[in-house]
Every structure is written in C-alpha cells, then in structure tokens.
Design a protein around this ligand. Sequence first.
Ligand code: HEM
Ligand SMILES: *[C@@H]1O[C@H](CO)[C@@H](O)[C@H](O)[C@H]1NC(C)=O
Length: 220
Amino acid sequence: MKFFTSLLLAVQAGIHCALAQDDTVIYTDKASGIVFNTWAPSPSVTVGLALPSNALTTDATEFIGMITCQGKGWCGVSMGGGMNENLLLLVYPQDGAVLTSLRWAENYQLPGVYTGDAKLTQVSSTVNSTHYSVIFRCKNCFQWQQGTSEVGKVSTSEGYLVLGWCFATASPSGGSCPNTLTVQQHATQGLFAAPLTDAVVHSEYSAWAAKATLVVTGKC
Ligand code: HEM
Ligand SMILES: *[C@@H]1O[C@H](CO)[C@@H](O)[C@H](O)[C@H]1NC(C)=O
C-alpha cells in the first residue's frame, strides 16, 4: 500500500508535466460526429474520452469512450489507474463485433465480473485486419461498488484522471460470452495521465450519448 501510495504521488507529480506538455490528440468520429480527447499510452492502445458539459465542475459519473487496440487479442482500461479495486473494462474483437466485459480484481489474477450497476452501450465498432475499435457510453463508470464494502470513484472536477491500460496479443478463451471468458495475463500495461481541459467537455454530450443504443452481449 505504501508502495502504491508513492506510485500515485509519483504519477500525480508526473501529471503536472503532462499538463504542461499535453499530449492529447483530438479525434472526431466521422459517422457519429462525436469528438474525443485521445491518448495513446502505448503504440498498441488509444483511449478517447468525451465528457458531459459540466464535468469540470461537477464530477461526472459517466462518459463516452473510445478504445482502439492493435491486433486480435484483447486490451483493457482501469478507470482508477491500478488494476486492483478499480472498475476495469476488457475489450476484444469477436466474429466481426467488438465485445466488452466490466471486471473487478482484488489481486493480480484473472479479474471476476463486476457486479455493480454500470451499463455499457455501444455507438459503433469496427474490426479490420490491424485494429479493433469501439465507441461506447459507460453509465455509472466513474464510480463503482463491488459488493457491500468496495466503493470508489474518480473526480473529473479535479481536472485530470489517472487511467490504467493493458494490452494482450492472445485472444480470450471462451470469448463468445464476455462475462464467462477467461484471459491470460496481458503482455504490456501501465498508467497514464489524462488531463481534462475545456476540450473534453461538450454541450452536445446528451445528444451524443443518445446514439449509444447498441447492447452488444455476445452469445452466452
Ligand atoms: C489473468 C489475468 C490477469 C493477470 C494475471 C494480471 C496480472 C497483472 C500484474 C502481475 C500486473 C502488474 C505488472 C507489473 O507491475 O509489472 C498487472 C497490471 C495491470 N493490469 Fe492486470 N492482469 C490480468 C488481467 C487484467 C485485466 C482483465 C485488466 C483490465 C481490463 C488488467 C489491467 C491491468 C492494469 C491497468 C495494470 C497496470 C496498473 C497496475 O499495475 O495495477 N489486468 N496485471
Ligand atoms: C483499421 O482500423 C484502425 C483503427 O480504427 C484505423 O486506424 C486503420 O486505418 C484501419 N486500417 C484499414 C486498413 O482500414
């Protein structure tokens, strides 16, 4: 825990540099018109966010996200940075679709299914020979509760997030059903700072969120 606290302090110190030399790339999805602030913490993983218009003053509980990853394996993000005791999102291509699974870990082993009330719906997804990508709304994903005691959140009003990412080249086992699949440990992982500026909040947020109508469940 002591190590983790000093890690967080180190990351937070790093954020001030990140703020000074913001590596955000703005990306507009042509089909939906949704505008994302994106970060590429690895050449294999790009994460995008669009936030509700008041997210810099009132902590947002939801977001519109984009995750684009290389290859045909799986990748993931942690809403709170570290793998453990934060809401995790696992993403992978399956039969031309992109499937997702919300997960929760208490230790560095295969995370179980998240049992809180978060809800993910897709705007769109693409799979091609080199990448898979999904645009989605994640409701109740900036706060979490697993069971009765494990509660946490991030604060968008603080002006930055520390997110975690991971990347695997091997496909999940049993990937046709997102919540029963298993994975082996990712090949690469890390934390990254996402500075939240005026560019990440949008007056169009509600209209964009309404486009996330696809419930993509796989075959379970
Ligand atoms: C069998 C499955 C998994 C195993 C054995 C595993 C194991 C580990 C280990 C050992 C680390 C620390 C690596 C280091 O510091 O060198 C780590 C980090 C990480 N993992 Fe996993 N992992 C698994 C699945 C997942 C999944 C499904 C996600 C997200 C969807 C995830 C997200 C992360 C993140 C964001 C980190 C970096 C932050 C941290 O060190 O806490 N992992 N994992
Ligand atoms: C495949 O998808 C990725 C991510 O969406 C995109 O950057 C890339 O240009 C696409 N490649 C082809 C050949 O269409």
